[in-house]
Write a protein that binds this ligand. Structure first.
Ligand code: CLF
Ligand code: SF4
Length: 431
């Protein structure tokens, strides 16, 4: 498959697609991807899946991945990016469904974006929750999404999916199949309309959906997807389909040849793991398991070598950056280097803004002066919002202001990335 250089693609998406090893056959020899296994749960049951293993829609059975928190996933990204310069894509492909625990997937993407805004993000999903999350996916800047669509016919689907759990209710048979398909189609249409390049994975199951797949591909083409990826069934031990025959490469290729007449076919898929790292044909996931990280003496910079920053955070409960600077009656003081942070103290403060009656913007009274003074040992203030005069005072005294709205953890990383870019900004007068 060659990368389509369609005039309809935006310049940035076109550039990113040309470096995406799954979306561009040329790129797969040159550019690496990494999967971050932050999404362990699933909301459907495919009969070819044994949940002891990774999601079979995007990976082969027989291998399980470590599951990472969003924070550890960011650490792993920094580690891998240091070692693999041609890493171009970060994908979330399980080990369950990337949308079943959307907050984990979202937090991971936001955290990595704060560290490196040039990386391309990619998601793989069964599509059940796409209508709910497509707008957020697009808003996060994700432009490559894979959806597994195995059938359009609910009678065929009902034989592939044991059940669908949606909004607290479980559906089986054709009722579940119809619900899944309706959400997949609505989600795909939404993504395509917003310029996302959708790849469709289809698991080819002999005597079940194999003769139906050309109809699936035609429908997907009609909907404007970018490419289809017909994958062989590899029967997972312990799954309902464990005794079905494996689909051969010859059979898959013959079907791809038929479907190629409608839309380009991906032919270099490796059905990789949910923690895969490296070039598609050269998986380095074992080398980059987090348990091996401390033994990797070549990882630089070390904690000693990295500059450590002190950052004051405004937060209602210490989890989210969700408080206005002027309303804070305490600051959470963190110390860290962009990879790891420690809460050093919770520092009490007189509230900067005591309401409209006192809102004299022409000068600072002694209480406000004291508050500004009490933050002089900090490199930055991380806050949801801050008024003009407080911001000016702090910046003029050399304290960087980072306005952000997400978790404290990702906000701290974002702030360090901003601080480390400061020499470039000094000319414009920041610090
Ligand atoms: Fe990963 Fe999938 Fe993105 Fe690629 S894999 S989420 S599109 S970055 Fe690629 Fe691996 Fe095949 Fe997937 S080779 S299993 S198609
Ligand atoms: Fe398993 Fe993936 Fe299907 Fe969920 S979507 S049941 S993880 S194969």
């Amino acid at each position: 498959m060659a990368c389509i250089c369609s005039g309809s693609l935006g310049g940035d998406t076109l550039e990113k697609t040309s470096k995406h090893p799954c979306y561009s056959a040329e790129a797969h020899h040159k550019y690496a991807r990494m999967h971050l296994p932050v999404a362990p749960r699933c909301n459907i049951q495919c009969n070819y899946c044994n949940r002891k293993f990774d999601c079979v829609n995007e990976s082969r059975p027989g291998v399980t991945s470590e599951v990472l928190t969003p924070g550890l996933a960011c650490d792993k990204f920094v580690w891998v990016k240091e070692k693999i310069a041609n890493l171009s894509v970060v994908g979330i492909a399980g080990p369950g469904d990337a949308l079943a625990d959307w907050h984990l997937t979202r937090q991971t993407i936001a955290g990595i974006k704060a560290i490196n805004e040039d990386i391309t993000f990619c998601l793989s999903t069964n599509g059940l929750l796409l209508p709910a999350y497509a707008p957020e996916i697009v808003a996060l800047g994700v432009r490559h999404v894979t959806v597994t669509v195995n059938a359009l016919d609910p009678v065929i689907s009902a034989r592939i999916y044991a059940f669908i759990t949606y909004q607290g209710k479980t559906y089986t048979g054709t009722e579940g199949a119809e619900l899944l398909l309706a959400n997949q189609l609505a989600g795909i249409a939404n993504l395509v309309a917003q310029g996302v390049l959708v790849k469709i994975n289809i698991v080819m199951i002999k005597d079940l959906n194999d003769t139906h797949i050309p109809a699936v591909v035609k429908k997907m083409k009609e909907m404007g997807v970018f490419v289809t990826n017909i994958m062989p069934l590899i029967p997972a031990p312990g799954s309902a389909f464990q005794h079905l025959p494996q689909t051969s490469t010859k059979e898959v290729n013959a079907l791809r040849d038929v479907c190629q007449l409608d839309i380009q076919q991906m032919r270099h898929c490796q059905q990789c793991r949910a923690d895969a790292v490296g070039l598609l044909h050269e998986d380095r996931s074992q080398e980059f398991r987090m348990g091996n990280r401390s033994q990797d003496s070549t990882t630089v910079p070390s904690n000693e070598a990295r500059k450590s920053y002190r950052i004051a955070v405004t937060s209602k409960y210490g989890k989210l950056v969700d408080q206005h600077f002027g309303h804070a009656t305490r600051f959470f003081i963190y110390q860290g280097d962009g990879q790891a942070f420690q809460l050093r103290e919770t520092r009490a403060a007189a509230q900067y803004c005591a309401g409209l009656a006192e809102c004299d913007t022409t000068g600072l009274d002694s209480r406000r002066e004291q508050l500004i003074d009490s933050l002089q040992d900090c490199d930055a203030v991380l806050t949801m919002r801050i008024g003009y005069h407080a911001k000016e005072k702090l910046q003029n005294s050399g304290v960087y202001i980072s306005e952000y709205c997400d978790t404290v953890e990702t906000g701290l990383r974002y702030t360090v990335s901003q601080l480390e870019a400061l020499p470039l900004k000094q000319a414009s007068g920041f610090k």
